[in-house]
Design a protein around this ligand. Structure first.
Ligand SMILES: [Zn+2]
Length: 298
């Protein structure tokens, strides 16, 4: 599984930029209308595919600026300060680089990448608005409070796998504020992409939701169990230290610092909107989450 994990991680990685300050909404009204329409279409197509829309519906239609480019180093980029998502041109309609290709025409891998990036946008939205005093609006800050608590107790002190191909060789690292926030964001986005890809794999396309059939849900849960056992649900961060950056542009977390069950269950509930009974039912299975419990109690 080692090389498979490496391939999966490297293929689905995105570039997650450090925030820089530019006007968030500089588009003309006409462009806003177009982006609203594109967003409505995205939500409708996600619904057609029986994919999660809970966190997508919380993002305002004009929040994300979609751009397309011929990306080589990364599968996609998200720039939080600018609310800007750069996707590979292949994800645009007719590869013309103007608007998003219909979700119903995307491969499972493309949808995994898209959802990974959309989750970055959601966290960017929560960080932009929920954490502003007096401007929380209708958005719950519960997830953001949980994220900040997890950042402090799990992601400030992590184990990394310095060599991607040798995940069992680990080293300890203390992360800075921005490194730990990036590590959390990437870990969570990896999980969101994972859930979508595996949901698509177990349910027959466009026919029925995974949640309508017990055997499909069981298949998905088995895959989740395997993912935890194999240490697939882990993110990365870009080291700030110049010396360390000379050695590696990215540091991947090691299995002891992968996603925990508590994080997975909160994300399934609050971001993905999975049914409570489904989450409660799979809870007894999780021999996995406690195995890699955080060293500092949260
Ligand atoms: Zn990412």
């Amino acid at each position: 599984m080692t090389s498979l994990w490496a391939r999966v991680v490297l293929a689905s990685c995105c570039w997650w930029g450090i925030a820089s300050v530019v006007p968030a909404f500089s588009s003309e009204p006409v462009e806003r209308t177009a982006s609203s329409r594109q967003w409505e279409r995205l939500l409708a197509e996600a619904g057609q595919l029986h994919l999660p829309t809970t966190f997508l519906k919380a993002i305002p239609p004009d929040f994300i600026r979609f751009e397309f480019d011929d990306l080589r180093a990364y599968a996609a980029e998200y720039h939080p300060g600018e609310h800007r998502m750069v996707l590979n041109r292949s994800l645009s309609f007719n590869a013309a680089g103007r608007i998003l290709k219909p979700l119903t025409k995307m491969t499972h891998k493309e949808l995994e990448v898209l959802y990974h990036e959309l989750f970055h946008a959601y966290m960017d939205y929560l960080a932009s608005f929920v954490e502003q005093p007096g401007d929380a609006g209708s958005v719950s800050n519960e997830l953001m409070n949980f994220a900040r608590a997890q950042q402090a107790c799990r992601y400030g002190n992590v184990m990394i796998a310095p060599v991607v191909q040798r995940p069992d060789e680990t080293e300890a690292r203390y992360l800075t504020e921005s490194e730990s926030w990036e590590a959390l964001n990437e870990t969570w986005a990896v999980f969101i992409g994972w859930t979508v890809w595996h949901q698509l794999e177990v349910q027959r396309q466009g026919v029925e939701s995974m949640f309508r059939q017990q055997r499909l849900m069981d298949r998905w849960v088995q895959r989740l169990e395997m993912a935890f056992q194999n240490g697939e649900l882990r993110g990365y961060y870009a080291p700030q230290d110049a010396d360390e950056r000379r050695i590696a542009h990215k540091r991947f977390l090691a299995k002891p610092s992968q996603l925990t069950w508590i994080e997975a269950s909160v994300l399934m509930t609050q971001a993905l909107g999975f049914p409570d009974e489904f989450i409660h039912r799979i809870q007894p299975f999780q021999g996995f989450p406690q195995v890699d419990a955080p060293r500092i109690p949260c």
